[in-house]
Design a protein around this ligand. Structure first.
Ligand code: TEU
Length: 534
């Protein structure tokens, strides 16, 4: 068994201030030349992640999978996919992380399994109404020939959430791709297997889980139409539906939290909870449930003072007392922030992305930084269609929804495949990434890597540890984050440079050599003069 970092009290609730580096393993680093990242590649770069200043890593699914949704379609939650390594290499990676002071979060996908999972194969081979089918949602279709789906529910990846299987003619439910049948969380066998799976990984030293697509696990089970009238289910803007964000998920989370709490120190659980509005979000962080949620709303905000402020406020309102946010500017599901903020100018996008990362790093709670954002990579929007792998493309034909563009393998150095692999990367890398490679940025004190590293490493020293914060707009278009009396972060979303206010000095800036706070820049400031008393 691998030991956890420390059970000292200063390490308790480390998620109040951690910087979590999110690893999309397929695109991180390839050690065996097959063009796909793997655990060997992770192990080779643990020291680099630690050197940048992260406190923890979150590894996207590395479990056995046919990879129809990049590993979010699992056939065995306790096996490592051979593409990535094996259990022994996973244990070595966990050990290596701990040796470097990094905690390890894995990604747990509870809403669904792969259609190749033994449970689903058993269900297909079993009669309608059988126990094997009750682990999933099977139902007869509508219409005389039962050739219409049981309900009108759309999938998050587009098209109907139901697919008919040929053996019995019944339909099965999949809120994502048809390769990902939804599990029935009323089934005690499903629940106990997953409880044991958490223990399996916690006993191997894993420090916590990022919990995938949680609200999907909450279904009423009633097969009634939702009347959404959309081709795709978009949870953040949807009215209440019977298949998302219903009470069942809270029962399950209560069980999971008690397992996490039965370990010393407590294991961390952070939820991916995309629901409509803060009130619904808040229900996931009640005392017996999650200690933290991923703040995906921030990753959807635009580079405008009011948009960033609204997102931050919503995240804050979506947390129960005692819970901490895990801020995210981006993820493997979102367009790269550089491209989101660019408005036609990638250099502008890079400046803005650095600024928003500085803002996130000044907020109370943890911050998740998605691999490649520390290098200011842009989204790759010109991947040839025949190389696209995201099932969303197959289901919608809509290139703007495709997520491959933020999953392109990392540029480590300036050699072939930018040091990612000795083979051909599974997705092509843009030629311009030579200038953005890690080796180039490490030696340049003004690179995104260096600026964010300074912020990551200094934030515990420079940013007050108390949870209080407030937002303001001291100058039109400038977002101010206040932490205590003496700390401010300003993000300049206006169209003109702004002078550093009197009585404040710069701690960290997103742009080098600033006499002022430039357009698209952000700074951390500390008070130099006592505030005047009224
Ligand atoms: O995502 C869940 C989810 O609902 C969204 O993030 C969704 O992928 C996105 O909005 C589509 O535009 C999680 C994982 O993060 C994602 O990679 C998986 O594909 C998905 O679950 C299914 O497991």
């Amino acid at each position: 068994m691998v030991s956890v970092i420390s059970s000292g009290s200063d390490n308790l609730e480390w998620w109040r201030h951690a910087v979590i580096y999110q690893i999309y393993i397929k695109s991180f680093a390839d050690s065996d030349g097959d063009g796909v990242g793997d655990i060997g590649g992770l192990i080779a770069h643990v020291a680099d992640i630690a050197a940048w200043g992260a406190d923890a890593v979150w590894v996207c699914p590395w479990f056995e999978s046919p990879m129809r949704d990049g590993g979010y379609d699992i056939t065995d939650h306790r096996k490592i996919d051979p593409l990535f390594g094996d259990l022994a290499s996973a244990e070595r990676f966990i050990e290596e992380c701990h040796r470097h002071g990094l905690r390890v979060l894995l990604d747990f996908v509870g809403n669904h399994v792969s259609r190749d999972h033994p449970w689903f194969l058993e269900a297909l081979a079993s009669e309608p109404g059988s126990d094997a089918r009750r682990r999933f949602y099977f139902a007869p279709g509508r219409g005389e020939d039962e050739d219409q789906p049981p309900t009108d529910w759309p999938s998050i990846f587009g098209g109907s959430a139901w697919t008919r299987e040929s053996a019995s003619g019944e339909w099965f439910l999949h809120l994502f791709d048809s390769s990902q049948p939804d599990l029935n969380w009323r089934d005690e066998g499903v629940r106990s297997y997953v409880r044991d799976t958490f223990a399996f990984w916690f006993d191997r030293g894993v420090d916590g889980f990022r919990l995938d697509a949680l609200p999907g696990m909450g279904k009423t089970g009633e097969l009634v139409d939702a009347h959404l009238g959309t081709e795709r289910f978009v949870p953040e803007s949807s009215p209440e539906v019977p298949f998302w964000d219903q009470n069942l998920v809270h029962e399950v989370l209560g069980e999971w939290r008690s397992i996490a709490r039965s370990y010393q120190p407590e294991r961390f659980l952070v939820g991916e909870v995309v629901v409509n509005g803060a009130t619904r979000e808040r229900s996931y962080t009640r005392d017996a449930e999650l200690p933290s949620l991923l703040a995906i709303t921030l990753a959807k905000a635009q580079f405008r003072a009011e948009s960033l402020a609204a997102a931050i406020r919503q995240v804050g309102e979506g947390l129960s007392e005692g819970a901490w946010s895990t801020w995210t500017v981006s993820s493997h599901d979102e367009r790269r922030p550089v491209s989101r903020y660019a408005e036609g100018d990638l250099e502008r996008g890079r400046r803005r992305s650095r600024a928003v990362h500085l803002l996130a790093l000044a907020l109370p709670g943890s911050v998740c930084v998605y691999q490649g954002d520390e290098l200011a990579l842009e989204n790759v929007d010109d991947i040839p269609v025949d190389l696209l792998q995201d099932p969303i493309y197959e289901r919608t034909g809509d290139r703007t929804l495709v997520r491959d563009g933020c999953r392109v393998p990392l540029p480590w150095s300036e050699g072939p495949a930018f040091g990612f692999s000795s083979g051909t990367p599974w997705l092509p890398q843009p030629l311009g990434w030579s200038a953005l490679s890690r080796t180039r940025q490490v030696t340049d004190p003004h690179s995104t890597w260096s600026i964010l590293r300074e912020a990551v490493r200094s934030r515990r020293r420079l940013v007050p540890g108390d949870p209080d914060w407030s937002l303001g707009e001291p100058v039109p278009g400038v977002l101010e984050l206040r932490r205590g009396e003496d700390f401010r972060c300003w993000v300049n979303c206006s169209h003109a440079g702004v002078p550093v206010p009197t009585g404040w000095r710069l701690l960290i800036a997103s742009e080098p050599d600033v006499g002022e706070i430039p357009v698209d820049g952000a700074v951390w400031m500390e008070r130099t003069l006592a505030p005047s008393t009224p």
